[in-house]
Design a protein around this ligand. Structure first.
Ligand SMILES: Nc1nc2c(ncn2[C@@H]2O[C@H](COP(=O)(O)OP(=O)(O)OP(=O)(O)O)[C@@H](O)[C@H]2O)c(=O)[nH]1
Ligand SMILES: [Mg+2]
Length: 318
């Protein structure tokens, strides 16, 4: 089975809770043969909001269903479902979702996000994907020197995945760790250096200041670095994640989002809210707690998985 086929299966499993909210509770919303009426539309609207698609998306989808119903083009719940699907698939901007690799020398991926969002676990997933699926030589940088146990946690992942790590003691200057890691990445011929950062410092200003410092150190040591600044967002926080993205996005030029914990939530619709409200592509999804629980984001596959569709031809073909 190809990686895409496997990650499609994982994705389907992860989106189960969101799917339940949206579609599979047939006893109520999508009773076979149920006719569209105002009551149906308001129930559908409620489901879309519960799945955290955002007010804008929800309004647009409901307006489209209502309009086609009014024109007599659709009549029953099943037809409404197709319109929802079609609307969710439309409006994706042409955006680059592949990782941006340095043309030569190490690629630096800076990883940021609030505490507990899933940064360190996401780094383990990326390291696994890059090493095992793409054959890259990966190195980790433990620049979260603030939280007790953070360096240790990253070291355990490094050992498990079998990649190198550059670390200092707790409370060391995170930018100094980044400096050493950049030098080590160059000296040891690493293809990719992934930098873990703190999610919490005494103040948010300090958190952002440290991030900018780390970024600047990388930029001075390695040309074009960081080649990616990935923001890890916790999908279970739904719309709050979007607020976080705005704060980080204005401080460091975020190039992509890794949406973690999609498996633990019914708020999987937040992917569509992100599409509408942020100009940052979702590049990866976190689907569990092990390194293999990662899937590159692709709108088509996401929507197929969300609708519980079994057709894997597209996934297999990749
Ligand atoms: N179910 C699930 N749990 C996840 C996922 N990603 C991370 N977690 C869990 O979320 C918790 C926090 O993850 P971390 O990776 O430590 O988060 P962090 O952002 O590095 O946290 P701090 O370093 O404290 O800021 C851990 O218990 C992880 O196992 C995911 O995709 N799915
Ligand atoms: Mg961490």
């Amino acid at each position: 089975m190809s990686l895409f086929a496997k990650s499609f299966d994982r994705l389907k499993g992860a989106l189960r809770k969101t799917r339940d909210i949206l579609f599979t509770d047939v006893r109520t919303l999508f009773v076979p043969g149920r006719q569209i009426n105002e009551q149906f539309l308001s129930e559908l609207e409620e489901r879309l909001l519960q799945a955290d698609m955002g007010v804008g998306n929800t309004d647009r989808i409901i307006a489209e269903v209502r309009e086609r119903w009014r024109l007599g083009k659709i009549r029953n719940a099943d037809e409404a479902r197709s319109v929802v699907r079609e609307q969710m698939l439309s409006n994706w901007p042409p955006e680059a979702r592949d990782l941006n690799f340095a043309p030569a020398g190490p690629t630096v991926i800076l990883v940021a996000g609030v505490n507990g969002a899933g940064k360190t676990t996401s780094i383990a997933k990326l390291a696994w994907l890059l090493k095992e699926q793409m054959g890259k030589k990966v190195m980790l940088c433990a620049s979260d020197t603030f939280r007790a146990g953070a360096v240790h946690q990253l070291s355990i992942w490094a050992e498990r995945i079998g990649v190198e790590i550059v670390k200092h003691k707790q409370n060391a200057d995170p930018a100094a760790v980044a400096y050493d890691a950049c030098e080590a990445a160059k000296a040891r011929g690493a293809d990719v250096l992934i930098v873990d950062t703190a999610g919490r410092l005494p103040t948010q200003e300090r958190l952002i200041r440290e991030l900018v410092k780390i970024r600047d150190v990388c930029a001075r040591r390695i040309e074009g670095a960081p080649h990616e600044a990935l923001l890890v967002l916790d999908a279970t926080t739904g719309q709050n994640a979007i607020q976080q993205a705005k704060v980080f996005g204005s401080a460091v030029a975020v190039t992509g989002i890794m949406l973690a914990k999609l498996d633990g939530t019914a708020k999987g619709g937040v992917v569509l809210a992100i599409r509408d409200q942020l100009k940052i592509p979702v590049k990866f999804m976190g689907l569990g707690e092990t390194p293999e629980d990662i899937a590159p984001f692709d709108p088509q596959l996401y929507i197929k998985a969300l609708f519980g569709e079994a057709d894997l031809t597209e996934a297999m073909a990749r």
